[in-house]
Design a protein around this ligand. Sequence first.
Ligand SMILES: [Zn+2]
Length: 328
Amino acid sequence: MFEKIYGHQSITNHLKKEIARKEVSHAYLFSGIDGIGKKKTAREFAKALLCPESAHHGNGQCAVCAQIDHDNYPDVKIIGPKAGEASIKISQVREMISELSIKPYSGNWRINIIDGAEKMTPEAQNSLLKSLEEPLNYNIFILMTSHPQAILPTIQSRCQSYHFQPLSLKDIEKVIADNPEFDQKAKAEAIMAAGGSPGMALYFLNNSEIQKERTHYLRELYSLLKGDQIKVFTLAETLANDKGTSQEILEFFIHWFYEIDLLLAGYPLPHQEVPNQAHKAYHQLLENEKNQAIIKTLFELMATIQYNVNLRLQWEKCFIKIMKIQKG
Ligand SMILES: [Zn+2]
């Protein structure tokens, strides 16, 4: 067990011992910076406790382990801030608590994971306290946090605490080795910048790839707006290759022209973003009404792209229309 965890060896050794001696705690506090491996360790711990192939203890990819990996095993509950929310609400914690007295669905344990535990409101933390004070036999809590100081001392004192230390460069390299799509130079740079967190290294890698792709499409579209007709067909051809990419780039284009719309109206960009070279180039090239007509055209494409249409043809139509708008 825990073979997939790189680094954090003293923690995984402790957890292994607890499992072997049947001295598993009812509450844990996993602390450490974002992306360092807390959640992965929590999942591996859950697998070690719940995998029915007990001889392997979570090594094999049985159905239970696979479900745990995908966060949809009924005896492993995970809560965190809901999408668009900054905090974990008391209602979420209450819902978790309301199920504590129900027997686990199949194994001997129910693992209740609170991801970003510092984001629980004080009321939410207080409502959790009683469950930690009087635990029910088969319930285990794992609170994960990058800011343990924001957890009430009364909660901390009821948890077995494990602090996850930053990983060595070598260990981060091992974690991201499974991502062959990135070249060595990019990997080395991301590892150096990651501050000991493999999750952060992956974030840097993914975003630089996404960024490169987007910059490419912006450059092509800019040529099109400047009158290069060939781009209508070359762009449509590449974008039609993959429906997912089509959708993603279309959403990005819409977002992009909305930003240009803000600049044209004299407003700052959202999230304190500073206009880059591409923003400036588009800003100079486009006029207010034309920009809005382009946004409208992109939305029309968005409406048709949902259906099973000839993607290439639809993109071509869209680009031809955009060219006409710009020509005026
Ligand atoms: Zn298994």
